[in-house]
Design a protein around this ligand. Structure first.
Ligand SMILES: Cc1cc2nc3c(=O)[nH]c(=O)nc-3n(C[C@H](O)[C@H](O)[C@H](O)COP(=O)(O)O)c2cc1C
Length: 217
């Protein structure tokens, strides 16, 4: 390894923020998420809808990657991807997933655990049609997570599709592409504070009702 100029062990930030108390939380974690998501957006964070999705094979080998959360409501969080990708295949075999929203500039993170399921084809089609033409073609051009010989091969596939479906022409939804909804079983709201005395408030489903518990930081 080369010599490092920056030593991560010496990097330390003091977090200054309001204490999060149980009584101020919404009853439903998705309402609390809506509030924090709005505050993250108001703070002009770059892509506050970017989240890390972790999946695992049936024998417990984990993998993570960033995706963009595109919809959320009382049912959960939706992102769009290729169902034949690594994450898509892992979730088909083992639906347990974790999501992490890393809102570092405002000293917050939200961590969700739950199960993922495909959304309806009509819902996927509605979102696909709202995407820019180039992104629609890109979804066809890329067999996500498979090995490809070169960049040129990818560009050639895209050019072929662009010739077949020029701008203005309707692009069909790729059969292997669509939305996945992560339905939460637990949602942790983390707020950083000074002296590492952070707030960690976790909603857990308890016989169909959401209960909040506080975790040590
Ligand atoms: C900011 C950001 C946003 C991304 N958004 C998505 C997305 O919404 N859907 C997606 O399939 N991949 C997205 N990616 C790419 C994924 O991180 C990943 O490379 C890809 O989905 C293949 O992952 P897999 O091989 O583990 O399945 C995004 C990457 C970054 C850095």
């Amino acid at each position: 390894m080369t010599d490092q100029d920056i030593d991560p062990a010496t990097m330390r930030k003091q977090y200054r923020s309001e204490i999060v108390l149980e009584e101020t939380l919404a009853e439903h974690p998705m309402d609390q998420f809506a509030l924090w998501f709005q505050q993250a957006a108001d703070s002009h964070l770059f892509e506050p809808n970017a989240m890390v999705v972790s999946t695992a094979t049936p024998d417990g080998r984990p993998s993570s990657r960033t995706v963009l959360m595109k919809q959320f409501d009382g049912r959960g969080f939706v992102f769009f991807t290729n169902y034949a990708s690594r994450k898509g295949r892992e979730l088909a075999e083992n639906p347990y997933a974790a999501l992490l929203f890393p809102w570092h500039p405002i000293s917050r993170q939200v961590i969700v655990t739950g199960t993922a399921a495909r959304i309806g084809r009509d819902e996927t089609a509605a979102y696909f049609r709202s995407r820019p033409h180039g992104s629609q073609l890109g979804a066809w051009a890329s067999e996500q997570s498979s090995v490809i010989g070169s960049r040129a091969e990818l560009d050639r596939r895209y050019a072929e599709l662009d010739a077949r479906y020029p701008e203005g022409e309707q692009v069909p939804v790729p059969p292997e592409w669509g939305g996945l909804r992560v339905v939460p079983e637990a949602v942790e709201f983390w707020q950083g504070h000074e002296n590492r005395l952070h707030d960690r408030l976790r909603y857990v489903l308890d016989e169909g009702e959401w209960r909040v518990e506080r975790l040590c930081p």
